[in-house]
Design a protein around this ligand. Sequence first.
Ligand code: NAD
Length: 241
Amino acid sequence: MSAFSLEGRNVLITGAAGGIGSETARVCAELGATLVLADIEEPRELAAELRERGATVSTYAFDVADRGANERMVAEQSRVDAVVANAGTLSWEDWEEDHWDQAFERITDVNVLGVIHLARACLPRMYRQGGGNMVIVSSVAARMGGLRAGPHYVASKGGVHALAKWLARRAAPHGVAVNSVAPGATVTPMTEGRGYEASSIPMQRLAAPREIALPIAFLCSDAASYMCGATLDVNGGVYMG
Ligand SMILES: NC(=O)c1ccc[n+]([C@@H]2O[C@H](COP(=O)([O-])OP(=O)(O)OC[C@H]3O[C@@H](n4cnc5c(N)ncnc54)[C@H](O)[C@@H]3O)[C@@H](O)[C@H]2O)c1
């Protein structure tokens, strides 16, 4: 079996209905994974598509900012071999606008606290199973202060980078590898119509979601067996570490 195979693994993905999440589900299904797909609304269409191609899929609807909902979903799983903390949100208001503080709180709740809730639910389960992988989807915004996104989003993703390292250090002695993928501008509903310029990217184009999904799937596999606390920068050359 290839080291990249996810055959026989239960892979849980949040934000699975979105651009990067749905493509991650497709790639993981191609690699043989059994999938648990979660989003604010059940990703039923995607699940039907993947089942048609032979994958075993279950779906959940919950807000990742709700700790109890994360825990209930994980409690229903027989195994969790890999978890992809991909759900994320972004809003575009200026920090001089009245409701910016509320937007900051919501973005922090989803992008940072949501990852913590998911990790707190999944990691003890993986420890008991003897190992696993967690992949956190952060952003190039954490590296360079954001191409177009505001300070609330940028701060949340910067927090996620530090958090990924904290989680990695804590989980590694239990056989669980935590790593992150930091995408650059990717063609998804999050960036649509927001004026991202291909000409500002050395590779002269935005990423296709599959180009982010493949590195995420790699970090869920044995091919990444000695990776711990790493951030894979997948950004067409916008940021070179
Ligand atoms: N698209 C980009 O250019 C880009 C760049 C860097 C990082 N990212 C990150 O990649 C991840 C995926 O983003 P995307 O581009 O696919 O965006 P997207 O908007 O297509 O998908 C995000 C998904 O997360 C879900 N979601 C949002 N809030 C949620 C919540 N509270 N609970 C449950 N689900 C929730 C949404 O319903 C949506 O399906 C995000 O973490 C995002 O910050 C995206």
